[in-house]
Design a protein around this ligand. Structure first.
Ligand SMILES: Cc1ncc(COP(=O)(O)O)c(C=O)c1O
Length: 496
């Protein structure tokens, strides 16, 4: 017999409530049925264990123990289910998942979230977020806050002050402008894509005179060009230089150290957006004299969106003291005063901070250098894989990001069509192109809690998706190229 999804779920429900024959037999026996087609040789024994399932009560889910559902009901032949419904008869969910499916219309499935943020959240961090709430003005929070600030300083590689905002990365970008730039100040924004442009827009909103140093999307900023512009500023009018570390929209990483060196001893502040870079690639706040650095939670830190971080150095504090711009929520002075008490000025996202504490432990255990090496290897696997399929990355090898690879859609194919097939057929989520790159590129994130096998899986799906879109790719070519990188790294043959 063949069921559609809702008939099937209804049967599961009836069975659980004892309204069907199988269900009431199960309830009487208190046990598990044998799979279809086999008769039990002896009466079923009571189930040795129960499963926990979410039950809705007064609009909220609680976990309750339930008897297991007879297996005869779990995989009826030919059932079509989940996100692949209508496209394939492959059951894509596990048995436990089915217990929950009744309550969850969306049918949580294994999804390959290959975005440059939000990135996959490890279960350990999800569990940390489920802890009971604590007082954000109490001693428990103080201990938690001090622990995460200490850990963040290790990742920022700084002794400077680091603060946490309950905000998206853009919030910290706005803080990096509002606290240090006054109306009328001349600022130089180095832009190689969407996020460089965002810094320019924010600075403009806060009354700065914005000059842009633009580079073609897909390329990195040229430190010599910056040095030349800085040399031309004989009167030292430029108050701040804004730079994106890792331009997520194009998959390009700027040479931050060289760009900072290009500033020399010019008094302008050097303000960095490393929202998608910090924790995945090298960044030395103190060694490179970075005055302000901002980052976000949903990238290399592996936690859900909602937190952003800012590191503020001594020169930036001097600029803060003279700044004439108004800010309230973003005020780093207020953050500093609260930090002395182990607090944030406003109610923080406590679950995210609890997850951050766990994330920092994971990062410490893996080691920053190893994390960077893993990201470089994932980049190499991705780039070799897509090139072997006959695709081209947007960025050249020497400036390619270790966090995200932007891939040009092949001639005559829409990038978003490839993304649609990846999602519909394989549950693989990759990012699209932004603004002028929309539909021209797709972006494979390899950031945060991602390993070699995920890259291999995504490349396998991409090979099939391209064939489904009419772009012939020899199956296994991209996968093999990526496997070779992974294998070579295991054998220590390549420095990736
Ligand atoms: C480089 C960069 N800067 C800033 C942002 C903005 O972060 P959010 O979307 O959390 O505001 C992003 C987000 O992707 C980013 O990649």
């Amino acid at each position: 017999m063949c069921y559609d999804k809702f008939q099937y779920l209804n049967r599961v429900k009836q069975a659980m409530q004892g309204k069907s024959k199988v269900g009431s037999a199960l309830q009487r026996a208190g046990g598990r049925c044998k799979p279809a087609g086999r008769r039990p040789e002896s009466p079923p024994k009571p189930a040795p264990e129960t499963a926990m399932r979410p039950v809705k009560e007064n609009g909220r889910f609680r976990y309750k123990p339930v008897k297991r559902v007879p297996e005869v009901l779990l995989f009826p032949a030919g059932i079509k289910m989940g996100g692949n419904a209508g496209t394939t008869s492959r059951p894509s969910m596990g048995r436990e998942d089915f217990l929950y499916a009744e309550e969850d219309e969306h049918m949580e499935e294994k999804q390959y979230l290959m975005l440059p943020g939000p990135t996959p959240v490890p279960p350990r961090l999800l569990r940390a977020m489920a802890k009971p709430m604590i007082n954000h003005r109490g001693p428990e929070f103080k201990a938690l806050y001090e622990e995460v600030i200490e850990g963040l300083k290790e990742v920022f590689r700084t002794k400077n002050d680091v603060f946490i905002y309950t905000a998206a990365g853009t919030g910290a970008m706005e803080a990096a402008v509002a606290n240090f730039v006054s109306p009328g100040d001349k600022v130089l924004v180095v832009s190689i894509g969407v996020f460089g442009n965002r810094f320019a827009s924010i600075a403009g909103r806060f009354g700065a005179q914005v000059e842009k140093l633009d580079f073609t999307w897909g390329t990195a900023a040229d430190p010599d060009a910056l040095a030349e512009r800085i040399r031309a500023d004989e009167k030292k009018e430029i108050k701040a230089v804004f730079v994106t570390h890792n331009e997520t929209s194009t998959g390009v990483t700027n040479d931050l150290k060289a760009l900072r060196a290009a500033l020399g001893d010019h008094p302008a502040l050097f303000i960095v957006d490393s929202v998608s870079g910090l924790g995945a690639m090298e960044l030395e706040t103190d060694l490179w004299n970075l005055d302000v650095v901002v980052a976000g939670s949903q990238k290399s830190f592996m936690i859900p969106p909602g937190l952003s971080f800012i590191a503020v150095g001594p020169r930036a504090w001097e600029a803060r003291a003279k700044c004439r711009n108004a800010c309230f929520y973003w005020d780093v002075e207020a953050a500093r005063k609260s930090a002395e008490k182990g607090q944030t000025p406003f109610t923080p996202a406590i679950p995210q901070i609890a997850a951050l504490a766990e994330a920092l432990k994971m990062m410490r255990a893996e080691g920053l250098e190893n994390i960077f090496a893993r990201h470089r290897r994932l980049r190499e696997m991705t780039r070799r894989g897509i090139k072997a399929m006959g695709l081209k990355p947007l960025a050249a090898d020497d400036v390619a990001s270790a966090a995200v690879t932007a891939v040009l859609a092949p001639e005559g194919l829409e990038a978003n069509a490839i993304r649609r097939v990846l999602l519909k057929e394989f549950n693989v989520v990759v990012a699209g192109g932004q603004q002028s790159l929309d539909n021209k590129i797709f972006r494979i994130g390899h950031l945060g809690h991602v390993g070699d096998l995920e890259i291999i899986a995504v490349l396998a799906a991409l090979e099939m998706a391209l064939n489904r879109c009419g772009f012939k790719v020899e199956l296994g070519k991209g996968v093999k190229a990526a496997q070779e990188v992974s294998l070579a790294a295991l054998s220590g043959e390549r420095g990736v």
